[in-house]
Write a protein that binds this ligand. Structure first.
Ligand SMILES: *[C@@H]1O[C@H](CO)[C@@H](O)[C@H](O)[C@H]1NC(C)=O
Ligand SMILES: *[C@@H]1O[C@H](CO)[C@@H](O)[C@H](O)[C@H]1NC(C)=O
Ligand SMILES: *[C@@H]1O[C@H](CO)[C@@H](O)[C@H](O)[C@H]1NC(C)=O
Ligand SMILES: *[C@@H]1O[C@H](CO)[C@@H](O)[C@H](O)[C@H]1NC(C)=O
Ligand SMILES: *[C@@H]1O[C@H](CO)[C@@H](O)[C@H](O)[C@H]1NC(C)=O
Ligand SMILES: *[C@@H]1O[C@H](CO)[C@@H](O)[C@H](O)[C@H]1NC(C)=O
Ligand SMILES: *[C@@H]1O[C@H](CO)[C@@H](O)[C@H](O)[C@H]1NC(C)=O
Ligand SMILES: *[C@@H]1O[C@H](CO)[C@@H](O)[C@H](O)[C@H]1NC(C)=O
Length: 458
């Protein structure tokens, strides 16, 4: 049985405190074909561990019942040993949430403890540790250059999974840049798959720990990714379908996350290729086409969407339509946490007009007085993207990052808009998370498993 109905899940939740039975978690069968009810979607979101500071955004703020996955960013990788390590132990495992009592490390506290609690309450929610990201991008090449480094990468990430009560890892290497990197990446996911499966066979009733890849959408990077070779070991290709254009890396005002190329205003969707010294199209469609041609099923591709906007300053608008798009600019505009990047929940800014381009599936705001243009997705565009991903039979949506959205109860929340457009929670893929971590070094995580009435025998 691949699918578990919502009603079944509720009763299972009380019965199975621990590892779900094998049958619910094999991933051998493409889910779209198997279910009479049609496509079943994933809904993932990035939670970043620095959100507990300035953003004052906590794990307990996540709209858990509208999600099937939380990607937790970020862990780092040691560039000499390959060891995967937490980057902020205070936020990750120590920070006391209301009711938590510090215990000198015997109990898991912090964000990961709250995520485990969310998993207990939402058995269809998985928590994935994301390793890398932009800040730590330089560490992968040296870390994964040797077999010993790759082995250590897999072993140490599994140790974190087993200690912290997680359901898998996401590898966010931005980006493999040559054939050697590509080969090392394939070997890494192959090793991790084997290592994870061996652990699960012994400790988690053969629960399928996920391996995801934060996948580049820019042609200069995905063309180097050995997607086809990695695919047998990868569960989810989390397409980073944003940052096509932005201040700091674009020549003209352009779209952050357009689905199609623009024929009427090519400057708005073309980016500068510094290798070839020419303009090249950036858009989701060409990336999706590439990944679809190289993976076993389009349902393994998850479409990333932004919960932020990119703000261009000092736009010289010579356009006929006076909408600021595809024009020269100078510098980064307003920012919430850094110049040029605005949280979606603050958009559109006062004094600006919002425009939508149906040709490319994108929107922006234009403040003619302040000469500032912000590229961001409105709810309308987000809904179009949901339709697009359905049409392409993709596996679902995910967002960067959770603190940027409006309250989930707002009718302008992008997460809520997309979930609705995908048919609501009833159209979510159903796949039990794991709660059984007998090897955890934390008493509460290990202990939760010993409370099980239906846990696996060891
Ligand atoms: C990487 O690991 C080595 C060996 O354990 C250690 O000396 C070094 O400090 C680590 N690097 C970082 C950045 O933690
Ligand atoms: C590894 O990281 C350290 C500390 O961040 C840095 O000084 C060193 O140059 C890096 N080594 C390599 C091979 O990238
Ligand atoms: C934590 O460690 C300190 C110092 O060893 C000790 O005084 C304290 O009682 C410990 N607290 C708990 C909750 O174990
Ligand atoms: C585009 O911008 C890049 C720097 O970001 C610059 O090197 C390049 O010359 C620019 N191209 C054109 C045609 O202006
Ligand atoms: C862009 O802005 C910078 C700093 O404000 C200024 O020095 C520079 O002259 C401007 N460039 C153009 C082409 O206007
Ligand atoms: C934008 O305008 C609204 C209503 O006019 C006002 O309530 C709000 O404070 C303004 N926001 C900002 C950031 O100026
Ligand atoms: C969204 O909510 C606002 C107020 O909360 C309401 O005025 C508006 O009509 C709603 N829009 C839709 C499409 O439901
Ligand atoms: C195990 O169950 C008991 C009784 O329901 C509860 O008091 C205890 O907190 C649970 N232990 C853990 C680690 O969840």
């Amino acid at each position: 049985m691949r699918f578990v109905s919502a009603a079944t899940l509720v009763s299972l939740a009380s019965l199975v405190q621990a590892a779900p039975a094998n049958h619910a978690n094999t991933h051998a069968h493409p889910r779209v074909a198997a279910h009479g009810g049609g496509a079943k979607f994933q809904s993932g979101i990035f939670y970043v561990n620095w959100a507990i500071y300035g953003r004052q955004h906590f794990v307990t703020d996540l709209p858990a019942d509208k999600l099937t996955k939380v990607n937790y960013g970020f862990a780092n990788v040691n560039n000499s040993t390959g060891e995967v390590v937490l980057t902020d132990e205070w936020a990750d495992v120590q920070f006391p949430y209301p009711g938590d009592v510090a215990t000198n490390g015997t109990q898991l506290l912090g964000n990961f403890n709250q995520l485990y609690k969310l998993k207990q309450k939402n058995r269809n929610l998985k928590v994935i540790l994301s390793v890398g990201g932009w800040s730590f991008r330089a560490n992968f090449k040296p870390a994964l250059a040797t077999a010993a480094g790759r082995q250590r990468f897999c072993e140490s990430s599994l140790t974190l999974v087993a200690d912290l009560g997680l359901d898998g890892v996401d590898i966010d290497w931005e980006y493999p840049e040559d054939a050697t990197d590509a080969e090392n990446f394939v070997d890494t996911v192959q090793r991790c798959r084997k290592h994870f499966d061996e652990y699960s066979a012994l400790n988690a009733n053969a629960y399928h720990l996920e391996i995801g890849i934060s996948a580049p959408a820019g042609p200069q990077w995905y063309s180097i990714m050995p997607v086809k070779e990695m695919d047998p070991y990868v569960d989810n290709w989390n397409l980073m379908a944003f940052d096509y254009q932005g201040p700091g890396f674009s020549n003209y005002t352009g779209h952050l996350s357009n689905v199609y190329a623009s024929k009427t205003n090519p400057k708005s969707t073309n980016g500068w290729d510094s290798e070839k010294q020419e303009f090249t199209p950036f858009n989701t469609k060409q990336a999706v086409d590439f990944y679809k041609a190289n993976v076993a099923s389009p349902s393994k591709i998850q479409l990333g969407m932004p919960l932020y906007g990119r703000a261009f300053a000092n736009v010289v608008d010579l356009s006929k339509d006076g909408r600021g798009m595809g024009q020269k600019f100078n510098g980064s505009g307003d920012g919430t946490w850094e110049p040029g990047t605005l949280d979606y929940k603050l958009l559109p800014q006062n004094g600006s007009k919002v425009f939508t381009d149906k040709e490319v599936l994108a929107s922006w705001s234009w403040d003619a007085k302040r000469k500032q243009l912000v590229s961001f997705d409105t709810p309308k565009v987000a809904a179009w993207k949901a339709d697009y991903l359905k049409k392409e039979n993709l596996g679902g949506a995910w967002w960067w990052e959770s603190s940027g959205d409006l309250e989930i109860t707002s009718n302008k929340s992008l997460v809520s808009t997309v979930v609705q457009q995908l048919g609501g929670v009833k159209n979510f893929q159903q796949s039990l998370n794991n709660l059984y971590y007998p090897q955890s070094k934390y008493d509460n995580i290990r202990g939760a498993a010993s409370n099980s009435t239906a846990g696996p025998r060891r």
